[in-house]
Design a protein around this ligand. Sequence first.
Ligand code: ZN
Length: 108
Amino acid sequence: MGLRYLVNARPLPNLRRTADLVFRGPRIAVFIDGCYWHACPQHFRQPSEHPAYWRTKIDRNRERDAETNAVLAQYGWTVLRFWSHLDASEIADAIAAAVSEPRPRWLA
Ligand SMILES: [Zn+2]
């Protein structure tokens, strides 16, 4: 699509969070969330072995996701999250649409 972006990069150098795709110019960070690790409502199944352990771990991932979203938003970034089960070309279209959107004036 002719878009320029970084792969597996930190949107903010001092924030220890790596986004799957980073568009520095328009400040868009893309995360492709795994269905299991981020508890996709369609595919997540509670494991039968050590359910409490996994629940805690996955809840922590989700809290971390929310915190990442909040911090990036605070610095004027747009965060896009997609479940890994989605069709790659649909994800690409959604990203391209967001990247080509004009930035709100108050963020310029
Ligand atoms: Zn899923």
